[in-house]
Write a protein that binds this ligand. Structure first.
Ligand SMILES: Nc1ncnc2c1ncn2[C@@H]1O[C@H](COP(=O)(O)OP(=O)(O)O)[C@@H](O)[C@H]1O
Ligand SMILES: N[C@@H](CCOP(=O)(O)O)C(=O)O
Length: 314
């Protein structure tokens, strides 16, 4: 999260007059994250998250994203429930943006997860895939191959120096990768951004999976490849084989992979590495220093390609 669209306490009070949440006590910007504007909201009834949806989260996708968390939470999966206003709606408008109030979940994300934490996070991802079955709304991946092309073209218009070198490497990798999503692998609703900073832990257990705004329909093995790419590498982008194995072991303790999924993982890992390199590169090139958001480093994500290629070759 981050703050792209500032909200004053009076503006929040006006918006929240439509909810049964009691008096607004405090509104605090949340500096983490890079996609949407988020505030921690204290009211007489407790703590919530106030989210204003920014550019990459288009409004039409929100019934999918909020509906999926509501579907999962209603089935006992650890994730926040969106809060309805008095008219029973999850979405309103605030300062020109679609806005929602989300249940606050306790816990904190882990900067240095142990292998036991990795396994726990892997098992919860598999539970997410199983529990999402039966969720009817469909959403195409908003950051699929067609968007990769658009992002790369936009980056080309603004990249210089180190960013230009990275972009050339991304272009070469895209050409080499070809059509990665052609295989008929098992799928359904996926999180598609299952990074450590979206998984809260408390008492050694996952207390909440948050931030379903990249959620979409896709192959479960791609979601796993994204998660392995997020959890299984150090800050410089070097593979941590023990972490990768622990996460996958946890996942497969709940949902074993088929041979076809296992064979597809390295190329899906390459796809994941490219997808996050591209959004990070784009966001760094077009970063607006006046916004309360810290761009993430694309280069460390591109390094994951070397690992996935080595696995593929082996
Ligand atoms: N429902 C929630 N309960 C508790 N904390 C949350 C919740 N949603 C977000 N946060 C906090 O806000 C931070 C950023 O949220 P995130 O959803 O990742 O933002 P973005 O939409 O920009 O990706 C999280 O790391 C967490 O600390
Ligand atoms: N996980 C992505 C960024 C997506 O946004 P966030 O708000 O979850 O941080 C990345 O690391 O590139």
């Amino acid at each position: 999260m981050a703050v792209f669209t500032p909200v004053s306490i009076d503006e929040a009070k006006g918006f929240l007059a439509g909810y049964d949440l009691g008096e607004v006590v405090e509104l605090t910007p949340i500096a983490e994250g890079v996609e949407n504007t988020n505030y921690r909201l204290e009211t007489a009834n407790g703590r919530f998250v106030l989210t204003l949806f920014e550019g990459r989260t288009d409004e039409a996708s929100l019934p999918f994203c909020l509906g999926l968390t509501a579907h999962l939470a209603a089935r006992g999966f650890p994730c926040p429930t969106p809060i309805e206003d008095r008219a029973g709606a999850w979405l309103g408008r605030l300062n020109g943006r679609a806005a929602a109030v989300i249940e606050w979940k306790t816990g904190a994300w882990l900067r240095h997860p142990s292998e036991a934490d990795q396994a726990a996070a892997g098992a919860v991802l598999a539970r997410l895939h199983q529990t999402a079955a039966g969720f009817e709304i469909q959403r195409e991946n908003p950051v699929g191959p067609a968007m990769w092309r658009r992002l790369a073209d936009r980056c080309a218009a603004g990249a210089s120096g180190e960013d230009r070198v990275l972009l050339d490497q991304v272009e070469a990798a895209l050409a080499r990768l070809g059509d990665v999503f052609g295989a008929d692998l098992p799928g359904g609703p996926i999180h598609a951004d299952y990074f450590p900073d979206n998984i809260l832990f408390e008492g050694g257990q996952v207390s909440a999976v948050i931030d379903f705004y990249f959620g979409c329909n896709g192959a479960f093995a791609y979601d796993l490849a994204i998660a392995l790419s997020a959890w299984g590498f150090d800050a410089e982008g070097r593979a941590m084989p023990g972490a990768i194995a622990a996460f996958q072991r946890g996942y497969e303790s709940v949902r074993p992979l088929s041979d076809a999924e296992r064979a597809a993982l390295p190329r899906l890992g390459e796809a994941a590495a490219l997808r996050f390199t591209l959004t990070r590169l784009h966001d760094r090139i077009f970063h607006d220093p006046s916004k309360l958001v810290t761009p993430k480093d694309p280069a460390v994500f591109l390094r994951r390609l070397e690992h996935w290629r080595a696995v593929e070759t082996a």
